[in-house]
Design a protein around this ligand. Structure first.
Ligand code: AMP
Ligand code: MG
Length: 345
């Protein structure tokens, strides 16, 4: 049985006790819900992999409540990492740094680096402080499913698999943290997320984006972020992305929708609210407003889960401008669609 509790201070204390006891519990962060366990105990960390059905070669992010708590986890913190922590923590930025020996291999999937983050959510911070240890936590979904942005989503995936879910409401950002590799001279975004590429470049100058962010991985190249290898964020429905001008997208998406209907599929259009009229009587689900990628980010995973629950077999999604947090939205959409993109011209 999984306890489902509003995140009161009593419930947070109970959850912290479970963490100290080596159990895995789900809690809210500003990005998505996390499934946490004591990062320094291999048997606790393995419970996360078991509950999620996560492949053992996909490393976890270690969460701390104070900048000083990073020091024991890493081999060194250079000036650039300090600058990033000062500017973006607490917040949705994960830093990949050379690891200290005490971080178990189960957390890092055998890599010699460790990913660390200081989240900006009062419940996450209170929980980590009270547990008084670093907490390894990936997203609290079953592996391969869309990430959970409400406690209810966690319950759908994890009921009976973990002892407790803390309910702290819907996550404000809605997509996972930006993962930034700092192990080489050039900082590399391994996964776009809540902190934008533009903001990172403003602080650091040049920042590269890993090729796996918006294109399928080439088979012969080992990904720098092992998570990029897996089908991700995917609903049961087949997702197709349509890109091009506003009118072009509507014409092409309408055609794909009509073809799906002829083939007997239950189809739905996922696009900015303003586009609804362009689709006439076709089934339409709004994903935020035009030019507001933050709204699309906050709603994307919930929308994918909802459309699955409603039994849609084909989701025809309009592309989002890959700027600001829109880059993270497109990354998640591309992976949900297995990179099926049709261009209108
Ligand atoms: P999740 O917390 O479920 O969003 O998954 C954590 C993400 O961080 C995955 O995409 C991992 O591949 C990535 N990650 C964690 N640790 C590392 C690391 N040491 N190096 C590169 N990527 C990492
Ligand atoms: Mg995840």
């Amino acid at each position: 049985m999984t306890q489902f509790l509003p995140a009161t201070s009593t419930a947070i204390s109970q959850a912290a006790d479970l963490l100290r006891d080596g159990q895995a519990v789900a809690f809210p962060t500003e990005t998505v819900y996390g499934l946490g366990a004591d990062a320094l105990r291999p048997e606790a960390v393995l419970r996360i992999f078991a509950a999620k059905g996560r492949p053992a070669d996909n490393p976890l992010i270690v969460h701390v409540a104070e900048v000083a708590d990073v020091e024991p986890l890493v081999a060194r913190i250079d000036a650039r990492a300090r600058l990033l922590m000062e500017r973006f923590w607490p917040g949705p930025l994960t830093l990949v740094l050379p690891k200290a020996a005490r971080v178990p291999n189960q957390v890092t999937a055998g890599l010699d680096t460790v990913a660390v983050r200081l989240p900006a959510h009062p419940v996450a911070l209170a929980l980590i402080r009270e547990a008084s240890r670093p907490i390894a936590a990936p997203s609290a979904n079953r592996s391969g499913r869309p990430s959970p942005t409400t406690a209810r989503h966690v319950y759908e995936d994890m009921n009976g698999r973990i002892p407790m879910i803390l309910d702290g409401g819907a996550c404000a950002v809605g997509v996972e943290s930006t993962v930034l590799d700092l192990t080489e001279e050039m900082a590399v975004v391994l996964r776009p997320g809540g902190v934008t590429l533009e903001a990172l470049r403003e602080l650091l100058g040049e920042v590269r984006v890993d090729a796996a962010a918006l294109a399928p991985l080439k088979k012969e190249i080992a990904p720098r972020s092992p998570g990029m290898k897996y089908k991700h964020y995917a609903p049961d429905a087949t997702v197709v992305i349509v890109s091009g001008t506003e009118e072009g997208r509507a014409v092409l998406a309408s055609r794909l929708y009509d073809e799906a209907k002829v083939a007997g599929e239950r189809a739905v259009i996922l696009a900015p609210a303003e586009q609804r009229c362009a689709y006439g009587p076709r089934v339409f689900r709004a994903l935020g407003r035009s030019g507001k990628p933050g709204e699309a980010a906050a709603q994307l995973f919930a929308a994918l889960r909802e459309l699955d629950a409603q039994g849609f077999q084909r989701i025809i999604a309009e592309a989002v401008e890959a700027e600001g947090i829109g880059l993270a939205v497109m990354n998640r959409l591309c992976r949900a669609a297995n990179f099926a993109i049709e261009h209108a011209d």
